[in-house]
Design a binder for this molecule. Structure first.
Ligand SMILES: Cc1ncc(COP(=O)(O)O)c(C=O)c1O
Length: 458
């Protein structure tokens, strides 16, 4: 196993976590209907449910919080954020939003007409839902390698350029109000997109007169992958790589809860003045005045500082190293994960750990429950609970290709020994895997059922 960089910080404030005894875990599972979304957070020892808004803010961010200017309009904090956004992303116009999905909602409301298409490598589920909410049709055109968990492609989040060209020719550029790319590709395992691929994607969009928006939630992690893996970028500072990336686009949406390391916040940026006018009106209706956009002044301050901390190279090499370290330890314990490790999360192949549990009995959910039962660790199933749906024509259930358990790593929150604990817990589960059983639904809503479904062990 390679040696990864240690945490480039020391710990000044602590939040206690406690490992509740096995009987209490069993009772909590039963009460939650074996759905970890219903477990009290204080009963979780290591919480790897999401990396969104769960990171630790720095001393500089907490100091900035105290400088928050809560004026309704034109606050000092807005101008501080504006300087950072202009400096890092370089778009002409921007508005803050309360989180990423609010930026997506406003962009979709302003640009999409019913029946139009929005292509991307892969839309995140809130982007997908916001496009659909305006009558649009989100379309995913990522390269095929993204669907093979074992293929070692350095940029598995890349857009498939021939699929994109064929798609534009098929539906017609006039039916595409804007095109997107998600960096890194969360829905595809946190895999990066290369600069070369972004350049070609931008060329294809622009030669067809289609504006190009980047979903920039994890842009800094993507820039670091470019620096490490793409020829010609090793010597460039992350900010220069980010400039090159965003100069290709006409705008971006961003959940600042990821690479700006804040607990709440988002951004919507663009170069087109007419779009900006529409965006401001929509923002006032849904979020707030354009200089605060649904956030408090203190949130704007924390974001302004966090944007710079998110592109710090010692932070990024530790961050991506921690994910690779956890992935490596889990592989050493004999459990396959999506290769190579992504930026923010490790995706375990639950079907390989529990080959005796059929997809209809939710192997990913079974592994998720065992992880809590064995070590009070929380991950999330990404498999049949989330995606298996009846075919509208035949009524037969269509199962997803992969049954995964996602462990997302909050930023600057857990140490290497926490990661070791997760891997050791998984090793114990692997050793007793044949005795683990599947689950059936006792309740499942029609949409987004993983959040509220209840289960019964078989
Ligand atoms: C790639 C991507 N885009 C958009 C979003 C939505 O952001 P938010 O949760 O801040 O609304 C997320 C959140 O996980 C994401 O991962």
């Amino acid at each position: 196993m390679p040696i990864y960089p240690p945490e480039p910080f020391r710990i000044k404030v602590t939040e206690p976590i406690r490992l509740i005894p096995p009987a209490a875990r069993e009772a909590a599972l039963k009460e939650a209907g074996y759905n970890l979304f219903f477990i009290k957070a204080e009963d979780i020892f290591i919480d790897l449910l999401t990396d969104s808004g769960t990171g630790a803010m720095s001393q500089e961010q907490w100091s900035a919080v105290m400088r928050g200017d809560e004026s309704y309009a034109g606050a000092r904090s807005y101008h501080r954020l504006k300087n950072a956004v202009e400096d890092i992303f370089g778009f002409k116009y921007f508005v803050p939003t309360h989180q990423g999905r609010a930026a997506e909602n406003i962009l979709s409301a302003c640009l999409i007409k019913a029946g139009q298409y929005v292509p991307s490598n892969m839309h995140f589920d809130t982007t997908d839902a916001n496009i659909r909410a305006r009558g649009g049709r989100p379309t995913n055109l990522v390269i095929d390698e993204a669907f093979d968990p074992d293929v070692l492609h350095p940029f598995k989040g890349n857009m498939d350029i021939s699929k994109l060209i064929a798609f534009i020719n098929k539906v017609g550029a006039a039916n595409i109000p804007f095109g997107m790319v998600t960096v890194t590709n969360n829905a595809g395992g946190g895999q990066p997109v290369s600069m070369e691929n972004l350049k070609t994607t931008a060329e294809v969009y622009h030669s067809n007169g289609i504006p190009f928006f980047i979903d920039a939630a994890r842009y800094a992690e993507n820039c670091f992958f470019i620096k490490e893996r793409e020829h010609g970028y090793a010597q460039l500072p992350i900010k220069d790589i980010a400039h090159e990336m965003f100069a290709l686009a006409d705008g971006m949406t961003m959940s600042a809860k990821k690479d700006a390391i804040v607990n709440i916040g988002g951004l919507l940026c663009m170069n087109d003045e007419k779009v900006f006018e529409k965006v401001k009106n929509e923002l006032i209706l849904r979020e707030g005045f354009p200089t605060y956009g649904g956030l408090a002044g203190r949130d704007l301050e924390a974001m302004a500082v966090g944007l710079y901390e998110g592109i710090d190279e010692s932070y990024l090499s530790y961050r991506l190293g921690q994910t690779a370290y956890l992935s490596g330890c889990i592989n050493e314990a004999g459990i396959p994960t999506i290769q190579p490790a992504g930026g923010h999360a490790v995706y375990l192949n639950a079907a390989a750990v529990l080959p005796h549990i059929p997809q209809s009995e939710f192997p990913g959910q079974a592994l998720c429950v065992e992880l809590f039962r064995e070590g009070a660790i929380r991950g999330v199933e990404i498999g049949s609970v989330m995606f298996a749906l009846p075919d509208p024509e035949t009524g037969k259930i269509v199962y997803p290709k992969l049954e995964l358990l996602r462990l997302a790593i909050p930023r600057r929150t857990y140490t290497q020994s926490h990661m070791d604990y997760v891997a050791e817990t998984l090793k114990r589960i692997k050793d007793r895997a044949p005795s683990i059983y599947g689950y059936k639904f006792t309740y499942a809503p029609e949409l987004l059922r993983h959040f509220t479904a209840k289960f019964q062990p078989l």
